[in-house]
Design a protein around this ligand. Structure first.
Ligand code: ADP
Ligand code: GN1
Ligand code: MG
Length: 353
């Protein structure tokens, strides 16, 4: 590993390098140098991110933009340049590597331990949205094409229905029917982006709690990490994905659907944090459509799980057969639950405004 480390402008000689963190996508290492400085070294997952150079262009532009606007150097990510002044190094096997300064004295939570943690995650992702409000979103690449294009996601579901791996269609007709009844509505956000009714923004697209570093002492959010899926999109994507994951009362693959619903207190907590963090940068329509963001991001994720199940589980890592179908069922249960609480969700948003 030392030869890779030395391609970057680290201060001193590396004395230790070991796997770090609990990310599911990239290979992450903590590097310690004899200067006392520490760094995060990452091998980019090329099977998911097929254009690592485009992805790194996004990250270098965003990190530079944020660094210029933040007072505290720990509150934004800093790429360590290579010795030939690039943002990444390609090794002899064609693997892409990048390095960041290690953000010291932080904690990375895998799930909210208190409602306050969830409030803070809303605040952090809202601030992130606000800070990037005047970044030219259209200059960013799409590291994964059509990532939240729900119309394309449904087209992929139809293709998977044709494929019908091992006749699985027969095992999930109820879920297929549920998805298809919502197909038209699923395109609402995409259509409003296309018509210009919703603004195109810089979105993070993986707004889970474990992509925030909290300050260890104050337990307040410090820095947003995992910038790989940053691309142009709608603020509703970032809001919705957080609710989908964080306001659910059960695990993503819970089999007992009676345990799965969307907790309205958590929905309120996150909404408060997010709106406060955005600091008035959202349009009236964006605010009004926050419940729609939650519903459609959850529906889209369920459709992705269902599609992967019908394709024979080729995208999401599974630990047992049928896990993608279990995941799809929790998502659809959450969607149905949100539909039954629709007026309440709208009222909560109004109360948080
Ligand atoms: P993945 O895409 O695999 O989730 P992440 O970029 O989220 O990878 O990084 C994995 C883990 O490494 C994070 O959860 C966090 O604990 C840690 N980490 C990443 N970047 C930094 C950093 N600059 N400073 C401190 N810890 C970091
Ligand atoms: C994937 O790997 P992870 O858990 O960070 C997926 C997200 C899904 C999520 C569902 C690049 O994220 O879009 O919402 O699974 N990431 C990618 O658990 O596809
Ligand atoms: Mg991560």
């Amino acid at each position: 590993m030392n030869d890779i480390i030395q391609k970057f402008r680290v201060k001193g000689e590396s004395v230790h390098c070991s796997r770090f963190g609990c990310g599911h996508i990239n290979e992450t290492y903590l590097v310690t140098c004899d200067s006392g400085l520490t760094y995060i070294l990452q091998k980019i997952n090329k099977s998911i991110f097929t254009r690592p150079d485009a992805l790194m262009e996004n990250i270098s532009a965003i990190t530079l933009f944020l660094a210029q606007r933040s007072e505290d150097s720990r509150s934004s990510m800093h790429l360590v340049p290579t010795r030939d002044d690039g943002f990444f190094h390609v090794d002899a096997d064609g693997e892409y590597w990048r390095m960041y300064d290690f953000v010291r004295s932080t904690v990375c939570l895998q799930k909210a331990e208190t409602a306050k943690d969830f409030y803070y995650s809303g605040l952090a992702f809202g601030k992130f949205q606000g800070q990037l409000a005047d970044f030219p979103a259209q200059t960013l690449h799409e590291p994964i094409a059509d990532f939240h294009n729900t119309r394309t996601r449904f087209a992929q579901l139809h293709a998977a229905l044709e494929k019908n791996f091992e006749g699985r269609k027969a095992l999930c007709q109820k879920e297929i029917d549920f998805a298809l009844t919502l197909e038209q509505e699923a395109g609402t956000i995409v259509d409003k982006l296309a018509s210009g009714e919703l603004p195109l923004r810089v979105t993070h697209n993986d707004t889970k709690l474990n992509n925030i570093l909290f300050d260890y002492d104050s337990r307040t959010p410090l820095c947003i990490i995992d910038l790989d899926t940053i691309m142009p999109g709608s603020s509703l994507y970032d809001f919705g994905d957080s609710i989908r994951f964080g306001a659910s009362t059960a695990a993503e693959d819970e089999k007992d659907l009676d345990k799965v619903w969307c907790d309205m207190e958590l929905f309120r907590t996150y909404t408060q944090g997010f709106l406060e963090g955005c600091g008035g940068n959202l349009t009236d329509l964006e605010v009004e459509m926050l419940p729609m963001g939650a519903k459609l991001m959850t529906l889209e994720c369920g459709v992705r799980f269902l599609t992967d199940y019908l394709n024979g589980d080729t995208y999401f890592r599974t630990h047992y057969e049928g896990q993608n179908l279990d995941r799809c069922r929790t998502q659809f249960k959450l969607v149905a639950d949100m539909e039954s609480k629709w007026e309440e969700m709208k009222r909560i948003v109004k109360e948080c405004e």
